[in-house]
Design a protein around this ligand. Structure first.
Ligand code: ADP
Length: 392
């Protein structure tokens, strides 16, 4: 008998799902509904050996999910109802340190975190509510992007602004990508045989990018902050800028705060620097052809990441491994080699052949006695499925 678990990642303009058979620990199908709310809204469902795409006349989550389930049933991928449904929820504030079964009280707390994630949490809640309506008898579990980082000490999570703002509005650093950092750090420690005691820095590099210092399985510091805008240079997000920039741009360009925030989230990062693309493959190809702004964007990306990794090492007692993950981290030997080159002070010994192959069977891409460098493919959806199964 199969053990179906449905994992949902509901975003503001897209909805992704994965269906797992936990007996086999395999993904049986995945789906992506994108450009929701526009005339081009479309649903693609993939499974081993096939896929289907169709336009979505109605972008409401309930309709998207009903159609997705109809496709899964039609393709005989969902012969039994899911045992449990797992949801990726972006912001759990200070409420959640672990995955939880969704109850009315949990929904209320996710709602109370909306001011901290105004685009993401309402979408996550809409996904939860749509599935509760479709499957009222199936338990739902929330897995939070912020939860893993609740172990950060106060010295790492506080901003140096009046303390009242933390007490009254929970202004602090939260960190994101927690499911990924927790998984790749644990996986790297297990592969190195150092599960009990370790110091690892993981770099999750996708469209969003963050890095995290993990000591003995606990997050000690991370680069994203109150929102996923802080820290590293990303596809379209700026990462750290001087907070004085906002007023400067108001004076020089006449921009209001919404315009500045939009620019920092959507027009900055690799796209803003290169003027070309937010996609790392496109930029690497352009840099190879000699496009200077692409070369410059890559140099800033790698330097800023290396600089943050150096800072994160402050939170570790020992430095066993630097782990790369996410679309860029798992696939770009060029980025990994440049980052390591910027970190010569740590004495990494990158193996060029292993790096070019994205790692050996265990993920190692270095040799020698210094801290190791590894590539570990992230499995956020599978981790959410496992967490959901563990709770029922
Ligand atoms: P998301 O954060 O949306 O889940 P991904 O983790 O899939 O994104 O990462 C997307 C990024 O990974 C894009 O910038 C893409 O160009 C980059 N990427 C994927 N494959 C490669 C590759 N072979 N070389 C360089 N970058 C790559």
């Amino acid at each position: 008998m199969s053990q179906n678990i449905l994992v949902i990642n509901a975003g503001s303009s897209s909805l992704k799902f994965s269906l797992f058979d936990m007996k086999q620990q395999t993904e049986t199908a995945s789906g992506l509904a994108e450009r929701l709310g526009s005339d081009e809204a479309a649903l693609t469902v993939k499974w081993p050996g096939g896929q289907t795409s169709q336009a979505l006349p109605d972008s409401a989550y309930g309709s998207v999910l009903t159609l997705s389930i109809a496709v899964l049933t039609q393709q005989q991928l969902l012969e039994r109802l899911p045992l449990v449904i797992g949801h990726r929820v972006v912001h759990g504030g200070e409420f959640f340190t672990d995955p939880v079964i969704i109850t009315d009280a949990v929904i209320d707390r996710i709602r109370r975190c909306i001011p901290l994630a105004p685009l993401h949490n309402p979408a996550n809640l809409a996904g939860i509510e749509a599935l509760a309506a479709l499957y009222p008898d199936i338990a739902q579990v929330a897995v939070f992007d912020t939860a893993f980082h609740q172990s950060l000490p106060a010295k790492a999570f506080l901003y140096a602004v009046p303390y009242r703002l933390y007490e009254q509005h929970q202004v602090r650093r939260y960190g994101f990508h927690g499911v990924s950092h927790q998984y790749v750090a644990a996986e790297a420690a297990a592969r190195l045989g150092i599960s009990a005691q370790h110091g690892i820095i993981s770099a999750h590099l996708g469209n969003g990018c963050s890095a995290c210092a993990v000591a003995n399985g606990q997050s000690m510091d991370t680069t994203m902050g109150m929102t996923p805008l802080e820290g590293l240079v990303m596809g379209t997000r700026s990462g750290d800028v001087d907070p004085g920039l906002h007023q400067f741009l108001q004076q020089q360009e006449g921009w209001d705060l919404d315009t500045v925030t939009n620019m920092l989230n959507k027009e900055s990062g690799m796209l803003g620097l290169s003027g070309l693309s937010n996609d790392m493959r496109t930029l690497e190809a352009a840099a190879n052809e000699g496009v200077e702004r692409a070369q410059l964007a890559l140099a800033v990306f790698c330097f800023r990441l290396a600089r943050h990794i150096g800072g994160l090492a402050t939170s570790l007692r020992q430095f066993d491994a630097l782990v790369f993950t996410g679309g860029i981290g798992e696939n770009s030997g060029f980025i990994r080699s440049k980052v390591v080159e910027n970190l010569a002070i740590f004495g990494f010994a990158l193996d060029p052949d292993l790096n070019a192959q994205n790692g050996n069977a265990g993920g190692l891409i270095s040799t020698g006695p210094g801290p190791r460098v590894m590539v570990v493919n992230t499995k956020e959806e599978l981790m959410i499925a496992r967490a959901a199964l563990a709770l029922i």
